[in-house]
Design a protein around this ligand. Sequence first.
Ligand SMILES: [Zn+2]
Length: 72
Amino acid sequence: MDPIKWAKLVKKAIDGESIACPKCGGNVKADFYARIIDGEKRGFIILECEKCNERIHFSRIKFPDNLETKDF
Ligand SMILES: [Zn+2]
C-alpha cells in the first residue's frame, strides 16, 4: 500500500468526488467522523475499498463546516 496515493484521495473524498482504489481500481467508500473542537469541525476519515477491502485511516482532518459527518 502506498500511503501517499491514498492521501491524495482524501481531498477528493471531502469534495464529494467518487474515488477509485489505487490498488485495484474498485470503488472507495469514505466515512467522515468529526466533532466541533474550538469552533472547527475536526476528526478523521476512513477510506475503504469495496472491492479489495484495503482500508486506511487519516487522522487530524479539518473538515469544511458544511460537510456531513458522523459523530464519534
Ligand atoms: Zn481496492
